[in-house]
Design a protein around this ligand. Structure first.
Ligand SMILES: [Zn+2]
Length: 132
């Protein structure tokens, strides 16, 4: 999008991170806009990185049924899917675990351990008994 489209409160999607954000300010002299991600955090980016969402800023009271909602399993309150904590009782939905140790690292650790064990067996057990 262009800097001329970047007004305060305009909803955008950051093409690089695919995150939704709201424009906080547009600096026309530098051509950069400051955005605030829905997930938190701000960034100064070039408007070309942003896709306008077309929707006006969401009003404080979202009409029920428009937004995807889920039911709290504890108190049956309805609240937006974007929320992971029930506003009524504080029930926390399990978040998908991100990160962790990549499989390749686990494999490498196993290989190193096996290599060490193999080397120790060869050095202290087999080496004495074999003629080489
Ligand atoms: Zn609840």
């Amino acid at each position: 999008m262009e800097i001329s489209q970047c007004g305060q409160g305009v909803r955008v999607r950051d093409k690089e991170t695919n995150k939704f954000a709201t424009i906080k300010s547009a600096d026309k002299s530098s051509g950069m806009v400051e955005i605030e991600f829905d997930s938190g955090g701000r960034a100064k980016v070039h408007p070309r990185r942003l896709d306008p969402l077309g929707d006006p800023p969401a009003p404080a009271s979202t009409p029920a049924g428009k937004e995807p909602m889920h039911d709290c399993p504890k108190c049956a309150a309805k609240f937006p899917l974007a929320e992971s904590t029930c506003p009524a009782c504080g029930y926390k939905f399990a978040q998908p675990k991100s990160g962790g140790v990549p499989a390749i690292v686990k494999i490498l650790i196993v290989l190193v351990i096996l290599g060490g064990v193999g080397w120790a067996v060869w050095k202290y057990v087999l080496h004495e008994k074999l003629p080489f």
